[in-house]
Design a binder for this molecule. Sequence first.
Ligand SMILES: [Zn+2]
Length: 127
Amino acid sequence: MDCLFCKIIAGEIPCHKVWEDDNHLAFLDINPVAVGHTMMIPKSHATELFEMDNVSYQSLLAASKMVAARLKEVFKVPRIGAVVEGFGVDHVHIHLVPITGPHQLDSRLAKPGDHADLAKLAQRIST
Ligand SMILES: [Zn+2]
């Protein structure tokens, strides 16, 4: 299947991983809207969050909650914003974004991240 995220899961394309378990992977968005912008994805390919089976859906949300708590602790922000729209890649992903205000979840704010910085950031979040 020609899916970017499935290739990342398979290790064919590198990512700046922040966390994973058997069923989920969290990694830094390479075009972040804010520092620490993380993507949470299920390892098994699914195209729409609200069409996932309940068990997979609930475990994805529980995994997101856990990583959001870590992001909040690392970045010392009042909120972790969550966005699901799915137009970019056709594999379920939840954007988890450390934010200080309501207008920071705008995808128009996305800028290519520096890979060395992203690598350091991933290290900081994952340890
Ligand atoms: Zn996929």
